[in-house]
Design a protein around this ligand. Sequence first.
Ligand SMILES: C[S@@+](CC[C@H](N)C(=O)[O-])C[C@H]1O[C@@H](n2cnc3c(N)ncnc32)[C@H](O)[C@@H]1O
Length: 220
Amino acid sequence: MKILYAIGTGPGDKELLTIKAVKRIREADIIFAPHNKGKNMALDTVKEYVQDKKVILLNFPMGKVTKQDYTDVADTIHDLIPEGKCGVYLTIGDPMIYSTFIYLMNELEKREIQIDIISGIPSFIAAAAQTKIPLVIKGDKFLLMDEFCEELLDDTDTLCILKTLRDKEAILESLDGKGFNYTYVKRVSLEDEHVLTDKEEIINDKDYMSLILGRKKDND
Ligand SMILES: C[S@@+](CC[C@H](N)C(=O)[O-])C[C@H]1O[C@@H](n2cnc3c(N)ncnc32)[C@H](O)[C@@H]1O
């Protein structure tokens, strides 16, 4: 049987890798990671454990990735792991949160391969720690989104919005209107981490590796 470990590499700081992730990478015969225009934060995070292992950067086309693209990548992964050996697929944060791996997993499950998921620390959990903004206390409701939905705010105490590049101005207007404090965290846990609270500065920043944490003012 072939085995694929989907490994969450956390928010970027290599000290936030799990021991299990490090063990599985050390044991692996082959390492897979998405190509991302030649940059790959997950691979950067684990590079000291990869050493001279074979690394395959998988190409997901720009724009909308089709079912056929996932089928092709699943075939590549399946074909390249030798029988009886194991490979790892690296994802930033946790593999079960807004990750390409979720779509890939659906394709891989149709093949003769065992899939195990190794959790990683998600970006918003690391951001809550770095900013000391509590995500939830007793009785709170927390909302995680990658597409903003204003209608849900009335029934929410704390929220996190990932993939902040779109409509930031409208999002912040909406959070102001609904009585939320907000904090923008970019590149959390990395050397160039930045925390911004000024509305204009947040709107002007264009880093994909960023998120917005919001908490209702009445809760503080
Ligand atoms: C495709 S999602 C992946 C989420 C990831 N699986 C997780 O558990 O955090 C990509 C988004 O995650 C967020 N993200 C990932 N790493 C981050 C970091 N180090 N700092 C801030 N945001 C990060 C950003 O919002 C980015 O646009």
